[in-house]
Write a protein that binds this ligand. Structure first.
Ligand code: LLP
Length: 382
């Protein structure tokens, strides 16, 4: 809920901007901390979801680790207070430069996606006389039932090592002297709302545990990745972490000495952020009323890229209800936030909130059309 006092403050601020409700963020982090401590699980926040320095600082203060996909993310995480010894480095195309820098920092683990990548990490580690800890990102062939662009765990996806390649990887490892295999890693997609998908992942992990044990390979880390979804229809509802953790507790058979790791992004940061915008013009089409706002796809690309639904609220009108297409100013028809949605009568100057935009909003903003990047405003500062 964005309360009236906050809305009054918004009237004085130039739009568009990202607004972060830090009370929502902190209460989400409190739940994740409690649940993860109770279960003995290790959380690595997926920095790609939102790498705003102030957000990173708050998340690191809870003692979580970080999941990064580039050296720049690793550097930002370290600057914000995350310890290198709790940083995992994922990604299907890590560059030599990024791998070298991560090795220098002695990060906790590289989540590796191919044998060739492992060989390169071995060579680079040997140059620095270091041993790189790695986990194998395994493709578990599970349909995530989410948007196809954010489904990663099916066959012929560029992500992960196929199970039929595992034997070859395992055979090669003993000759790679600067590599130490410590775990398996998975990530089957994002915005997963069907809990049965995570159950299938647990079952697959249990099978793979048997496969590794039968070859006397001792793995300390089981990393289930991220993917736990949020309710975009109800932006004031926080994700039910209790359900997610108890499902993992119930369905994953950890072996003695193993720790479960996870990499939540969206579920931590999604609901605390809104993109705040002003209505520039109302335009009549032949059958449509267009509300043209000053935020565009450059500020929040998710609707244009994934046909994603974000709840839109007019914070400054309580008039009769009409149907609008809410569109941005960018010269692309895909610069549309929503079609035919009901809003109270909307006029030039009204303030619009696009909710649940904390994850993959600011982080994916661009300067297309030479637009400014959206600034961020924090509830603590209002
Ligand atoms: N771990 C790995 C290896 C990942 O690739 C991702 C996200 C995560 C963790 C965090 O997943 P989360 O808990 O946030 O679902 N831009 C898209 C989402 C792309 C997700 C990419 N990987 C969107 O706006 O929906």
């Amino acid at each position: 809920m964005i309360n009236n006092k906050t809305i009054e403050k918004f009237r004085e601020i130039e739009t568009p901007f990202y607004y972060y409700d830090l009370d929502v963020l902190r209460s989400t982090l409190d739940v994740v901390k409690k649940e993860s401590e109770n279960s003995g699980y290790k959380v690595h926040y997926a920095v790609k979801a939102n790498s705003n320095p102030r957000i990173l600082k708050i998340i690191s203060s809870y003692g979580f680790g970080a999941d990064c996909v580039s050296w720049n993310e690793i550097a930002a995480a370290i600057k914000a207070g995350f310890s290198p010894s709790e940083i995992v480095f994922a990604g299907v195309g890590k560059t030599d430069k990024d791998i070298g820098a991560a090795l220098k920092e002695d990060i906790f683990c590289f989540n590796c996606e191919s044998l060739q990548e492992i060989e390169v990490i071995d060579q680079l580690a040997s140059k620095q006389k270091k041993t790189a800890r790695i986990a194998l990102r395994i493709n578990p062939y599970i349909e995530a039932h989410t948007h196809k662009y954010i489904t990663t765990g099916i066959e012929e996806s560029k992500f992960g090592i196929n199970t039929w390649e595992l034997e070859e990887v395992i055979k090669r490892l003993p000759s790679l002297k600067n590599i130490r295999l410590i775990g398996m890693h998975f990530h089957i997609g994002s915005q997963i709302t069907r809990m049965s998908v995570f159950k299938s992942l647990c079952a697959r992990i249990n099978e793979l545990q048997i496969w590794f044990s039968s070859r006397s390979i001792d793995l300390k880390i089981i990393n289930v990745g991220g993917g736990f979804g949020i309710d975009y229809e109800n932006p004031d509802k926080s994700p039910l972490f209790e359900d997610y953790f108890s499902l993992l507790n119930e369905f994953i058979d950890l072996l003695p000495g193993q720790t479960l790791h996870m990499e939540p992004g969206r579920s931590i940061i999604g609901q605390c952020g809104s993109l705040i915008s002003r209505v520039l013009f109302i335009k009549n089409g032949s059958n449509t009323l267009f509300a043209i706002i000053d935020a565009g796809m450059t500020d929040l690309i998710r609707p244009a890229l994934y046909q994603a639904h974000h709840k839109i609220e007019n914070l400054t009108s309580a008039g009769n209800i009409y149907r609008y297409d809410v569109v941005g100013p960018v010269c692309e028809s895909s610069d549309t936030f929503a079609k035919h949605i009901e809003l109270p009568e909307t006029r030039r100057g009204d303030i619009i909130a696009i909710r649940s935009a904390g994850a993959y909003g600011e982080a994916m903003a661009s300067r297309y059309n030479l637009r400014d990047l959206p600034p961020s405003v924090f509830s603590d500062d209002l």
